[in-house]
Design a binder for this molecule. Structure first.
Ligand code: V55
Ligand code: FE
Length: 490
């Protein structure tokens, strides 16, 4: 067995392919705050086997969960694959059976009908369940203490969509979960299914709509009274799959369409706001104010993924693809269908996070990976051209960006904000970030004081391992971990 010698599978990005436990990680700088009592989880693609078709894209790897368990200043590490039906079938066969990213036509005929989900994109804690999410399939439940895979979760049969987003939102005030699936009637269909689940995890609202065209709807926006589905021109269609082309393609002739619905309204028409082509991936937060909806997202002039081609053959343009955290404002009282865009920071950045207690309401701070643009001669070249050498905090009240440089020959993965226990201030808490140390081919976990992040880290936790790039993560308090584990073992 051998992985292809291409950047996706080489060097720091070489698959890890281990499930491991480490007791008491070394703390090589500072001290781990003793009030951190719980666990930081993150997930990302880590292929179990070399790709069936000889090559593959990053987004198609098997979901691997890492857990950093914090207790009295000590940190234990654990990582496990999500044992999806795909993972188990391939383990049994001892090789890959599923082909290209979101293209069932490329699979070994023996796995037809089996879920293609890789559960590799995000983790959701809601109503006592920890779910591993991938936007092309149903959630997969895992045990938050052992990381054992429990199985697919379809909300007791109420999840009628074939898919569920990896970026659901929770209203902290009510515990309500708001989510959707796109390609909801199967790959490349323009159907979107929108759901709300109550604090007990029961789906209490469902509504279907149709997008103006089929595309990747990776994230969306929720406010107190509205949901917004951003349809951006990273298009898909079934013929592309039959032709063996990459699932998505960039089509700049198509507009951005933002579909607004009042929440939990079974009948209201979808109102589409329309603008020129551009790419937006992750929502930092959204809220409404005086009849307007503000959606804060990472936005670029063009698609950020080098592996999804331009439909006209235009080569990938790293400069046009560079994302900036930006605000889209939709005026619900306006008679026109346009919206405005303004930058919230002049420093390029992606993977925005917030204090989740402030989700869907007006807020002050966002945290994200940022790029100084200063070349580092010690760095190996990166495949996409992006390198997040800064952890950033944008302050929307002052319009300023504060950054923490993560070091030479280094890059940060998605930073996570963890509120300090007992604190009520939005900005009071810690930033956790996994750092790629390319020179040492190793990872560190940094813990920053979110209110004093330009100083030294509070702690640098050293991993004796390399954790290849991942995607998103979450924090769980200790009580939630042990209570949930006990309830699932009964
Ligand atoms: C993204 C990630 C995905 C995916 C589609 O970051 C979009 C965006 C890890 O999988 O399937
Ligand atoms: Fe994402």
């Amino acid at each position: 067995m051998k992985f292809p010698d291409v950047p996706t599978f080489r060097g720091f990005q070489a698959p890890g392919r281990f499930e491991a436990d480490i007791r008491d990680l070394e703390v090589v700088q500072g001290e781990v705050p003793a009030d951190l009592d719980g666990a930081y989880y993150r997930i990302g693609p880590d292929p179990q086997f070399p790709p069936l078709l000889g090559n593959d894209i990053f987004l198609n790897g098997d979901g691997m969960v890492s857990m950093f368990r914090f207790e009295a200043g000590r940190v234990d590490f654990k990582c496990r694959w999500v044992h999806t039906p795909k993972f188990l079938a391939e383990r049994e066969a001892g090789r890959a059976l599923f082909g290209a990213y979101r293209n069932p036509f490329t699979d070994d005929p023996g796995v037809r009908g089996l879920s293609r989900g890789t559960a590799n994109t995000n983790l959701l804690w809601h109503a006592g369940r920890m779910l591993a999410l991938k936007e092309d399939s149903h959630p997969v439940e895992i045990d938050p203490l052992t990381l054992r895979t429990i199985g697919s979760w379809d909300y007791d049969g109420a999840l009628t969509s074939a898919t569920a987003t990896a970026h659901p939102k929770i209203d902290a005030a009510t515990g309500t979960l708001v989510f959707f699936g796109y390609a909801a009637k199967g790959e490349t269909t323009p159907d979107i299914a929108y759901y709300e689940a109550d604090a007990d995890g029961a789906i209490v609202f469902e509504r279907w709509l149709t997008a103006p065209y089929s595309s990747m709807v990776h994230d969306f926006a929720v406010t107190e009274h509205h949901v917004v589905f951003p349809v951006v021109p990273l298009i898909s269609d079934l013929q592309r799959l039959k032709d063996g082309l990459p699932h998505f393609a960039w089509d700049p002739s198509k507009p951005v369409c933002l579909g607004v619905l009042p929440r939990r309204d079974p009948a209201a028409d979808v109102r589409w706001f329309v603008g020129d082509a551009r790419f937006a991936s992750h929502t930092m937060n959204a809220f409404e104010e005086d009849g307007r909806i503000h959606i804060d997202m990472s936005v670029g002039d063009s698609v950020v993924f080098p592996f999804f081609p331009d439909i006209n053959g235009t080569p990938f343009d790293p400069e046009a693809a560079t994302p900036y955290i930006s605000r889209w404002t939709l005026d619900l009282r306006s008679a026109t269908d346009d919206f405005t865009q303004s930058r919230l920071s002049d420093v390029p950045g992606e993977f925005p996070r917030i204090n989740e207690r402030h989700a869907i309401r007006s807020y002050r701070y966002g945290y994200l990976g940022m790029q100084s643009g200063i070349p580092d001669p010690t760095m190996p070249p990166s495949a996409s051209g992006m390198r997040f050498d800064l952890i950033g905090r944008v302050d929307l009240a002052t319009g300023t960006t504060t950054t923490h440089y993560v070091g030479d020959t280094s890059a940060t993965q998605e930073p996570l904000f963890v509120p300090r226990r007992g604190a009520s201030g939005e900005g009071e808490g810690y930033i956790m970030a996994l750092i790629n140390r390319y020179g040492e081919m190793r990872s560190d976990l940094l813990i920053l004081d979110a209110e004093n992040m330009d100083g030294k880290p509070l702690a640098t936790v050293r991993l004796p391992l390399r954790l290849r790039n991942g995607l998103h993560g979450t924090w769980l308090d200790s009580e939630d971990i042990t209570e949930h584990h006990a309830s699932r073992e009964e």
